[in-house]
Design a protein around this ligand. Structure first.
Ligand SMILES: Cc1ncc(COP(=O)(O)O)c(C=O)c1O
Length: 410
């Protein structure tokens, strides 16, 4: 039957979807949104932090968002007359602002080229879509960021997960499956531990594998003037690709793939995010360029950051919490969701706000509260958080957490 007017088409209820979608939404309601014993939903704590609350949720590790020179650079572009190029990256060429920023990042990290992407997610998915395929094994640290896992899925490759930070297990898998692609994060975003990069890259290169290291949480914070962990370990000419979200130390909205000149030439014509999705706007790129200058220049921000992180790690360990962090990302692992929920409530009542991680970001029995330490925090603020963590240990049952008991056994 042909339809001649909109009146002939059945009206859709805006409230009810077909059962296949309703089921998914209902599961989310049951698991996450329904108020629990404490009257709050599992995933939402206090919506309004009190005045003076200590916020440990932001990944602006160098405390530079709102920096006057970054704002000024963005404003200057926004105030210019004329049209803004609004298009996909595939149409942007040498000489564009995007290209100049890419060259600056390449120089900063010691690589030949880089490719500016819309986000860290887009960088990882786009890169994997281009370099992987169903016939190539992909070896991936179990804790690697979801965007790289998602990229593997997009490429149709089979992922072979190696145990977190265990190079020997990686080597065993490569021996079984052969040459392929090795994926890992340099600094893990949930628990803040650092990958054994020397060992892993040593193995990857011995077997002729391609390596991709996500430096989202170490670019800007680690290495010479913030050039990252790969640079600080002298691995620049031994690694194929670095990727990073620029929504951490760069405090912006973008991502980057750092690579060879050869690869950068092909990428825009092969990667779907470069072809089928629009590129960043000029004012955003100008902001990132100014941010890069601040990051390179302000070594004192990194010194403060690492001092703060060390102070907090030592303090929290002395209180009996079992943390695996070696960095500014510090996680208290309640384990069971109900325990992490108790922890969140106890902290929020005392004006301390971190980020709750639970499934699908962690395994269901390893939920955690993540604190992101930044360079602008003062020692008394950190000491206050430590005092709170000390005072609540019995109330939240910390001594009985699986993570605490693991430490006693070790
Ligand atoms: C390690 C890692 N990679 C990639 C991403 C994705 O970055 P973006 O938020 O820029 O999409 C994140 C963000 O959470 C991350 O932590």
């Amino acid at each position: 039957m042909t339809v001649s007017s909109p009146q002939d088409i059945t009206v859709k209820s805006k409230r009810d979807f077909p059962e296949f979608l309703e089921k998914k939404l209902q599961a989310c309601d049951d698991e996450l949104f329904k108020p629990r014993k404490n009257g709050k939903p599992l995933v939402i704590g206090s919506v309004e932090p009190s005045v003076g609350a200590i916020m440990l949720q932001s990944n602006d590790y160098l405390n530079i968002s709102g920096h006057p020179s970054i704002r000024e650079a963005q404003l200057q572009v926004l105030q210019k007359d004329g049209n803004e190029p609004v298009m996909s990256a595939v149409f942007m060429h040498e000489g564009s602002e995007k290209y100049c920023f890419e060259q600056a990042v390449a120089e900063f990290t010691g690589f030949e080229s880089s490719i500016l992407c819309q986000s860290g997610w887009a960088a990882n998915v786009g890169l994997m879509q281009v370099i992987a395929d169903p016939d190539t094994p992909v070896y991936i640290d179990f804790f690697t960021h979801m965007s790289l896992w998602e990229g593997v899925k997009t490429s149709g490759a089979t992922p072979y997960a190696f145990r977190h930070n265990e190079p020997a297990h990686l080597e065993r898998l490569i021996n079984e499956r052969g040459q392929g692609i090795v994926l890992l994060d340099s600094l893990y975003s949930t628990n803040g531990d650092i990958a054994p990069l020397l060992d892993i890259i040593g193995i990857a290169n011995r077997y002729g594998c391609i390596s991709v290291i996500d430096e989202s949480h170490s670019l800007g914070t680690h290495g010479p003037h913030g050039a990252g962990l790969v640079a600080s370990l002298g691995l620049t000419d031994k690694v194929d690709f670095i990727t990073a979200s620029l929504a951490k130390s760069f405090a912006g909205r973008a991502g980057i793939i750092i690579c060879s000149r050869k690869f950068a030439r092909y990428y825009p014509y092969l990667a779907f995010p470069a072809i089928f999705s629009s590129a960043l706007l000029s004012y955003e790129i100008a902001g990132l360029q100014a941010t890069l200058e601040v990051i390179k220049k302000d070594d004192y921000r990194r010194v403060n950051l690492h001092n703060n992180a060390e102070f907090f790690r030592n303090g929290i360990r002395n209180l009996g919490y079992n943390i695996s962090s070696q960095s500014q990302v510090i996680a208290l692992e309640g384990g069971l969701e109900s325990d992490t929920e108790l922890l969140r409530d106890a902290l929020e009542e005392r004006g301390v706000f971190g980020s709750v991680f639970m499934a699908p970001a962690t395994p269901k029995t390893r939920s955690l509260m993540r604190f992101s330490i930044h360079s602008g925090l003062e020692k008394p603020e950190l000491q206050y958080v430590l005092d709170v963590c000390e005072a609540i240990r019995d109330e939240i049952g910390m001594w009985n957490w699986k993570s605490t008991r693991r430490k006693k056994i070790e």
